[in-house]
Design a protein around this ligand. Structure first.
Ligand code: PAF
Length: 287
């Protein structure tokens, strides 16, 4: 196995990818902000299985954090991240500085309409920062395939739409959420949770399960299910930003289920203590 390369500059990344392409390799890229957990590593494994070379980007992107968000305390676990990636057989890590990625650049991507609801309401500017950095990362690491997690469902939709609209020559892959044994979706932000808060955070997955059960038992009143989600979460967490059933293709809230709908998505964003957590589940609607 070849040693893991660490690229710090865009020039190094572009030259490194050119050499991999020259050698006829299909490249997969996994964009991350570091503090890697098994969810990230499942994306890495997806890329390793489908591509000849895998590049992981580690960059805590300041432009996707709003004022008062956790940019300054975002967890950083560089040595562990590198050890885990090296053990999996990743080819290279691209870990630029903020100056390298932004210099004094003022050009931003205007994200598509799908960025407007949900996260777009509660984190204004977030997807402008995400779309911009992802496009810049795709230029620095011109890979054949990209791997994102379903946990950030709306982000995956925004990036997929951007890839389509801006003709990015990259295949998008969105892989399933990875959960702890008790159902908590893996997130770098789980590191902020006290043991008591972590216990309360189990309400997210439980609420999604309850919604799924109601649909499987025949309930087709989307508003009633969404209200139930909101109310059961409100009993457990500190605040609920949203909790609802939506159309997985448009993110429009579901009230009455259209006859043709085969799946809905439950989407949640809450605060447990000072930690903002999101979760979702695609629920197949029995016909
Ligand atoms: O999902 C993330 O970790 C980030 O939003 C991403 C895609 C790496 C862009 O900074």
């Amino acid at each position: 196995m070849q040693a893991l390369q660490v690229w710090k500059t865009i020039g190094q990344a572009q030259a490194g990818c050119a050499a991999l392409k020259q050698a006829g390799k299909r490249i997969g890229v996994v964009p991350t902000m570091g503090a890697l957990h098994d969810g990230h590593l499942s994306l890495v494994r997806g890329s390793l299985a489908q591509c000849d070379a895998t590049v992981v980007t580690i960059f805590v992107n300041p432009t996707q954090f709003g004022p008062g968000e956790d940019l300054s305390r975002y967890p950083q676990t560089w040595d562990q991240d590198l050890a885990a990636l090296s053990e999996l057989g990743v080819d290279a890590v691209f870990a630029p500085t903020v100056e390298e990625m932004y210099a004094d650049g003022t050009t931003f991507v205007e994200p598509p309409a799908i960025s407007k609801p949900l996260e777009g309401v509660h984190r204004p500017g977030h997807f402008r920062g995400v779309a911009t950095i992802v496009l810049k990362l795709f230029h620095a690491v011109p890979a054949d395939a990209a791997y994102f997690g379903q946990k950030d469902y709306q982000q995956a939709m925004v990036v997929s739409r951007m890839v389509q609209d801006l003709n990015c020559p990259i295949e998008m892959n969105v892989l399933p959420i990875v959960r702890d044994a008790d159902g908590l979706a893996l997130s770098s932000r789980n590191a902020y949770l006290t043991p008591a808060d972590r216990q309360r955070a189990l309400a997210l997955h439980q609420t999604l399960r309850d919604a799924k059960n109601r649909i499987e038992q025949g309930c087709r009143d989307g508003e009633e299910i969404s209200e139930g989600m909101l109310s059961s979460l409100s009993d457990c967490v500190d605040s609920v930003e949203y909790a609802l059933l939506a159309d997985p293709a448009t993110l429009d809230p579901i009230s009455a289920f259209p006859k043709t709908i085969s799946a809905v998505i439950g989407l949640i964003a809450v605060y447990v203590g000072k930690t903002r957590l999101i979760d979702n589940e695609i629920i197949h609607v029995p016909s």
